[in-house]
Design a protein around this ligand. Structure first.
Ligand code: KG4
Ligand code: ZN
Length: 358
């Protein structure tokens, strides 16, 4: 089975082809991506209308590039999988209409994929881990802890009650003049900063909840930056280092407690913690989670950096798993700008939205 994946939910236009080798191991045959990073940079965030137009302009070319990279002809593609949500409606529609056209004209199965499921299953694509596992999903629009019991079987244990973690990184970067998207820039600046010069708050610390809150932290960083005006390069680095250290403490605290609960509920074997989404590319975050897992006898699986951010290989792989499980979708599926992984969990501001980060 060779599945073509398409991703247009935010500001990356991406196409990929994924299959399994004879031993059953997933293989990425092509993974192409065109980032709209430059297009949105001057606006300090993703502009939905511009994003949709740019997807429309480049998607055909990106799909053709993926087919060339995979060295495949159309009759060799067995199914098409596309992100149907969550995300920006205009971009989702561009991907959906293109995928539907391919499925209809080739008469092959069509799969509407939840973008978050793509992130969630990346660790199965790269490391072949088994269900169940504990998932820390940290992206530009989401911050959640979920259990993944099987394909499509998600239980949300925690969510942010305000900003998503990637959003908090981006807003902090913006107020420090580091550009957008700013997560990687904050990480870079933090590298030459002193993490103990400033003490930033750890919202919800010491409370029973596993939930996250980042807006107070972001506000504290803003007030600190204001107080220090004019900011020197070292001040910026020190604020970034304090911010990142604070994030690491918060993640270690919540994931540590979630791992204890997970071990209690799933008794067989040592637990696996997967970190996924754009913020999973942060080395300090990976390091603190690795330490936590070493201490708690758990295994950390973090995707390679190139597969942490948005890509279509994860969408093609989720499509492959669904196809193998006998699922496919009708061509009347429409975009779902809000689409939580655990549909039974109560709605919370950070729990099912994505995009419109500007
Ligand atoms: O998963 P993703 O590519 O898109 C969404 O689904 O939202 O995540 C993008 C987010 C952005 O907020 C970006 O600033 C953040 O991931 N990010 C990082 C790093 N690289 C990307 N945050 C912290 N450190 C990084 N190295
Ligand atoms: Zn994403």
């Amino acid at each position: 089975m060779r599945v073509l994946g398409i991703e247009t939910s935010c500001d990356e236009t991406a196409a990929a082809v994924v299959t399994r080798d004879e031993a059953g191991k997933p293989r990425i045959l092509a993974n192409t991506i065109a980032s709209q990073f430059r297009l949105h940079a001057e606006f300090g965030g993703v502009v939905p209308e511009l994003a949709a137009r740019a997807h429309l302009t480049s998607l055909d070319r990106i799909i053709a590039a993926a087919m060339t990279e995979a060295e495949l002809e159309w009759p060799q593609i067995d199914a098409v999988a596309v992100t149907a949500g969550p995300g920006l409606a205009g971009g989702l529609l561009v991907g959906l209409m293109t995928a539907k056209a391919i499925a209809a004209s080739r008469d092959i199965p069509f799969l509407a994929i939840n973008h978050l499921e793509g992130h969630a299953l990346t660790a199965r694509l790269t490391d072949g881990i088994d269900y169940p596992f504990l998932l820390l999903l940290v992206s530009g629009g989401h911050t959640q802890i979920l259990t993944v019991r099987g394909l499509g079987r998600y239980e949300r244990w925690a969510t942010t009650i305000d900003d998503a973690l990637g959003e908090a990184f981006d807003k902090t970067a913006k107020l420090l003049g580091l550009g957008h998207p700013g997560g990687a820039a904050v990480e870079h600046a933090a590298g030459s900063g002193d993490p103990v010069r400033f003490d930033l708050p750890r919202p919800l610390a010491g409370q029973a909840t596993l939930n996250f809150s980042f807006s107070g932290l972001k506000t504290a960083a803003r007030q600190l930056a204001h107080r220090l005006q004019p900011l020197r390069e070292q001040d910026v680095a020190d604020i970034c280092a304090a911010f990142q250290a604070c994030i690491c403490d918060i993640l270690a605290d919540r994931c540590g407690r979630a791992l204890e609960r997970f071990s209690g509920e799933f008794t067989s074997g040592s637990p696996v913690l997967v970190v996924a989404g754009g913020v999973a590319a942060n080395r300090a975050v990976r390091q603190v989670l690795q330490q936590l897992c070493d201490q708690s006898g758990a295994r950390l699986v973090a995707p390679p950096l190139a597969l942490c951010g948005d890509n279509a290989a994860m969408i093609a792989y989720a499509g492959l798993e669904r196809l193998e499980a006998g699922f496919f979708d009708d061509l009347d599926v429409t975009a779902r700008p809000r689409w939580p992984l655990d549909e039974t969990a109560p709605a919370a501001i950070g729990s099912g939205k994505r995009g419109a980060k500007a």
